[in-house]
Design a protein around this ligand. Structure first.
Ligand code: ATP
Ligand code: MG
Length: 571
């Protein structure tokens, strides 16, 4: 039988002060609780407590992969440069790929992801459609020479990833593998107690998604999201085709008004006492084909660079010289009376708007009551704005909420990208050679750990969900030298261990305050306080780390009660 851990032996060097380099709560708390240590930029050691949580996350993943028939295996971390050449990624991957050369002058890379290796592995081995589909996966360290490694485990240069690859004979089969992985990923988040949204990773894909990112909601997240409580739609603001709630201008004859110095949306809105959304922002740019272009967006929205590249190709915003040479008046551009030869576009959200408040293409003047179709026309409708909270859901029309997210995992339909370039084929039912249809599915295991802490902490420390906690119960033995205390603490610890509970006992001769603080910092879900005062009455105190509730338990009931609580909390 396993024993319990003694705090006096546990290798968890805690920090009294907040480490200066840690901006995020997860980074700070994992360092302070003695769970991780930085070795170099983007490189961390997982100390015993973190490692126990990592193993639990991995086991949850294994369990869900097993349930859908994915097979665990492992390939070398070191990958052959030749394969990267074949797929074209030796050049495409850029400086993030950590490259090295062996003594025979052959090129290798430390795997940042393993599409090439797995495709190479099955080529020539999986020969017939009868053997398909197959999904293989591993849980392994990955290497990426990130431009800005930061936030501790969130963005490391070496990190743990679970990566799976599916090989299918048909699109339907790929779709099925993809849906299974997606469902498994949702379950994994749930079992890790991560509140995460599945977010379409690419926009404009009609007829189903081909890539979903699972975003753990957290203020510290790098991604900005919009989501719909009503229908479940969620997207990155940069990819979402949300419908902006556009304000209308006022109705009337076209009227030119003096707006001295009002060359920005904020100025115009303030001067005329209208909302920003009732105004129109004009972006002057040179499109990929070299054509001067003006694009109108609702005054309270931004044009988004990624979408603008889809719409305009390799565009750039006009410089002052370019504006002047096109006779465009900075700050006062509008759709009425634009110079000849200018490509006139507007965001599709403005399509149903009839009355516009716009620049008059003249310094210090705007037009009121510019009417679409009467006073101006738009040549092309494009999708270029960054969505934001309060826009409308493109699926159901409800009002969208905003949030920030941490990408913890991604599922992706690759199609034949790698099987074609690496020549990985099978024979289909009618005897034809075809490239595999592939999917790839990645979970950041170490990032998931950080995301869990990001969602589960307070000012005192981490609040571990039972499913991923390093230890389930901490027994705080106060006055360890008291003849009553230690035997009881030990008895309860042994009883819990016998009941299959993971226990650490604080057996140090520290002051109670130090022990309580460390217990809250490390954040195991249940604390049992054994002190001489309580024991004289025959009770110990149980504290729930999450809600802070305390209750007294008769010594004789402690093991059973706590073991039940723990069992109920496991997922
Ligand atoms: P990001 O956009 O955050 O750089 P990515 O989209 O490049 O991530 P993927 O290639 O999709 O990452 O990798 C799968 C998963 O691996 C991610 O969802 C994330 O959880 C994790 N991951 C990626 N890069 C890192 C990193 N530098 N440190 C820790 N985890 C990472
Ligand atoms: Mg990704």
């Amino acid at each position: 039988m396993r024993g319990y851990m003694r705090m006096s032996r546990l290798y968890a060097p805690t920090l009294k002060e907040d480490p200066a380099e840690a901006e995020l709560a997860s980074h700070r708390l994992l360092l302070r609780a003695g769970m991780i240590r930085r070795e170099a930029s983007g490189l961390y050691s997982y100390l015993p407590l973190a490692w126990r949580s990592i193993r639990k996350i991995e086991d949850i993943i294994r369990d869900e992969m097993e349930a859908i028939g994915a097979q665990e295996m492992e390939v070398p971390i070191l990958t052959d440069g030749e394969l990267w050449q074949q797929s074209g990624r030796w050049d495409d991957y850029g400086p993030e790929l950590m490259r090295l050369t062996d003594r025979h002058d052959r090129s290798f890379a430390l795997g940042p992801t393993h599409e090439e290796t797995f495709t190479d592995l099955v080529r020539g081995e999986l020969k017939s459609y009868r053997q398909l589909p197959v999904t293989l996966y591993q849980i392994q360290d990955k290497f990426r020479d990130e431009l800005r490694p930061r936030f501790g485990l969130m963005r490391g240069r070496e990190f743990i990833m679970k990566d799976a690859y599916s090989f299918s004979a048909t699109q339907e089969s790929l779709q099925e593998c993809y849906e299974q992985e997606k469902a498994a990923y949702a379950k994994i988040c749930e079992r890790c107690c991560l509140r995460a949204l599945p977010v379409a990773a690419d926009s404009g894909q009609i007829g189903g998604d081909s890539s979903i990112e699972f975003m753990a909601l957290a203020d510290a997240g790098e991604a900005e999201l919009v989501y719909c409580e009503a229908c479940g739609f969620a997207a990155d603001t940069e990819a979402a085709t949300a419908v902006a709630a556009v304000g209308e201008g006022t109705v009337g004859e076209l009227e030119k008004i003096h707006t001295p110095g009002a060359g920005s949306i904020a100025d115009v809105a303030a001067l005329l006492h209208v909302s920003k959304s009732a105004t129109r922002k004009a972006l002057a740019l040179i499109d990929g084909g070299g054509r001067p272009t003006v694009c109108f967006v609702p005054g309270d929205h931004e044009m988004n660079d990624v979408k603008a590249h889809h719409a305009f190709g390799d565009y750039h915003l006009m410089s002052d010289e370019e504006l002047a040479s096109c006779s465009l008046v900075k700050g006062f551009i509008g759709p009425v009376g634009l110079p000849q030869g200018v490509r006139v576009c507007a965001d599709a959200s403005l399509r149903s708007s009839e009355w516009w408040l716009v620049g008059a293409n003249e310094v210090d003047y705007h037009f009121l009551h510019a009417r679409a179709g009467r006073d101006f026309s738009i040549g092309e409708w494009v999708d270029v704005i960054t969505a934001k909270a309060k826009d409308r859901c493109p699926s159901c029309g409800a009002v969208l909420a905003g949030a920030r997210g941490i990408e913890v995992s991604q599922v992706f339909q690759l199609g034949t990208k790698y099987s074609k370039s690496l020549g990985a084929t099978f024979t289909d039912e009618s005897g034809h050679e075809r490239p595999f249809l592939m999917g790839c599915y990645g979970i950041g295991v170490s990032r998931t750990l950080a995301a869990i802490v990001e969602q589960h902490h307070d000012e005192h420390g981490i609040i571990w969900p039972v499913s991923v906690t390093p230890f389930e119960v901490e027994i705080i033995a106060l006055d360890v030298d008291d003849e009553l205390v230690w035997p009881v603490a030990q008895d309860i610890a042994e009883g819990l261990v016998r009941a299959g509970v993971e226990v650490v006992v604080d057996d140090r001769t520290e002051r109670p305050g130090v022990k309580f603080n460390d217990a809250d910092l490390m954040g195991f879900p249940y604390q049992i306080v054994c002190g001489a005062r309580g024991l004289k009455k025959g009770v110990v105190e149980l504290k729930h780390r999450a809600g802070g509730e305390r209750q007294e338990l008769p010594v004789g009931e402690a093991v059973e009660r706590v073991a039940q609580l723990v069992a109920a909390g496991r997922k």
